[in-house]
Design a protein around this ligand. Structure first.
Ligand SMILES: [Ca+2]
Ligand SMILES: [Ca+2]
Length: 431
């Protein structure tokens, strides 16, 4: 059985028909043939690989197949050759759509990093002009799932709120995409080891909500005390705020500091395996209490055996397409033997998106009204931890589908839809 899966995977892009006819002639054909047909029907994950990582991703796909999630690996070189129209990003999109529409695939992995010059798997930059100003290059991985081009007026500028509106199709909750922004074979192997350890853990860990900004307390508390528990009643949510935590001594509210030391210790204890951080950040760090920053040197010391599933709204922490590499979330994803295995993060500012900022900001501070970014994160956890067992990728797709109407109405929500990307293997469950 394992051998069959691996053969199918290795045959790559045009492999299935060949695999069936070959295997039917092998010993035990009747039973095996049936299994092969079953596997064929079950392969729903397409892994797009740059040529330099192909062997490593084939090995990863083989492991995931053995874990019950068979994958088909296709090279960017094959895609560039097979599809005729547009740039590589457009060709990847056409390849993805062909697999979704004709073969029933529902999940896509982009197996490589992107840079301003292109990188291993170039991102699709989208254009944004809204209450926050102007942004011309927000990397938008949901583009690759779209049946339409995102450039209706054909001017080569993608995702323009008005001009390209009719050609921008957002996730509908049935198809998922994630990017594993790695660069080397060693990083792919280390990620594969983390996935193995992640899936081997069977105890459901805690979700810790961290908040370093007082103005955001109300909405993070609403997420953690109302929205997430309603979907995950048996789960444990803990709080790690500047002014109070779930680990304060009795009568000593806030005595357990939100420090790099305490945070790292909590991760290595292994009780927390899901983490949301809300607060200030930059491409290389998260801000914690008392001006402390959580940065590369802290990530390098993480050895939490069961890596984290995490979400963050902190500015630029998901700036994976920068010339500076890695960004802090990429460092978490690449850290061997620790860090994170799945991450949702903003590629740029992670702003609180609202339809009526003048009315909505006070409501956010006082009553915990959720802005578009916070809503995306809360809905991700609700879908991922709820009764219906969906993968991390589908959970984010469901969350984004829930924001689609807002994004059609308002350019600022449209930016939120585009700049929040999933890092890691979207076919993994969240536990
Ligand atoms: Ca355009
Ligand atoms: Ca990068």
């Amino acid at each position: 059985m394992m051998k069959l899966i691996s053969l199918s995977v290795c045959l790559g892009f045009f492999g299935w028909a060949f695999a069936d006819s070959e295997l039917d002639t092998e010993k035990g054909a009747e039973e095996l043939g049936e299994e092969v047909v079953e596997e064929k029907e079950e392969t729903k994950v397409l892994l797009v690989s740059p040529p330099s990582l192909r062997e490593a991703w084939l090995a990863y796909a083989e492991m995931r197949g053995e874990q019950g999630t068979p994958m088909k690996v296709v090279g960017t070189d094959e895609i560039a050759e097979k599809y005729e129209h547009g740039d590589l990003q457009n060709k990847i999109r056409l390849c993805v759509r062909e697999h979704i529409d004709k073969e029933g695939f529902d999940t896509v992995i982009l197996g490589g990093d992107s840079t301003p010059e292109g990188g291993l798997i170039p991102d699709r930059d989208t254009y944004h002009k809204n209450m926050w100003g102007n942004d011309t290059d927000i990397p938008t991985d949901v583009y690759f799932l779209s049946p339409t081009s995102w450039d209706l007026d054909g001017d080569g500028i993608y995702g323009e709120f008005e001009e390209d509106r009719a050609a921008m199709i957002y996730p509908d909750g049935t198809t998922a995409i994630g990017r594993i922004p790695l660069r080397t074979v060693e990083e792919v192997m280390a990620y594969g080891e983390k996935v193995k350890a992640y899936l081997a853990g069977d105890e459901e860990g805690e979700l810790a909500l961290t908040c370093e900004v007082r103005g955001a307390y109300a909405k993070v508390l609403k997420s953690g005390k109302e929205l997430i528990p309603a979907a995950w009643p048996e789960g444990k949510v803990s709080f790690f705020f500047n002014d109070f935590t779930s680990w304060d001594a009795e009568g000593e509210e806030g005595d357990f500091d939100l420090s790099t030391e305490n945070l790292s210790a909590k991760f290595s204890e292994g009780v927390i395996n899901k983490w949301h951080i809300h607060g200030h950040g930059l491409v290389d760090m998260w801000q914690l209490e008392n001006g402390e920053i959580f940065t590369y040197e802290h990530v390098e010391k993480l050895s939490n055996k069961r890596a984290l599933v995490m979400t963050t709204v902190s500015c630029f922490t998901g700036h994976f397409d920068a010339a500076q590499d890695p960004c802090i979330t990429e460092a978490m994803l690449r850290q061997p033997g620790g860090g994170a295995v799945l991450i949702v993060a903003p590629a740029r500012e992670g702003k609180p998106h609202f339809h009526n900022p003048n009315e909505d900001f006070p409501l956010m501070m006082l009553e915990g009204k959720l802005d578009g970014t916070t809503q995306t994160m809360a809905s991700f956890w609700v879908a991922a931890l709820g009764e219906k067992e969906v993968t991390a990728g589908i959970a984010l797709a469901i969350s984004k589908a829930g924001m689609a109407k807002d994004a059609e109405k308002s350019a600022t929500y449209h930016q939120g839809m585009c700049e929040l990307n999933l890092f890691g293997d979207p076919s993994l469950p969240v536990r």
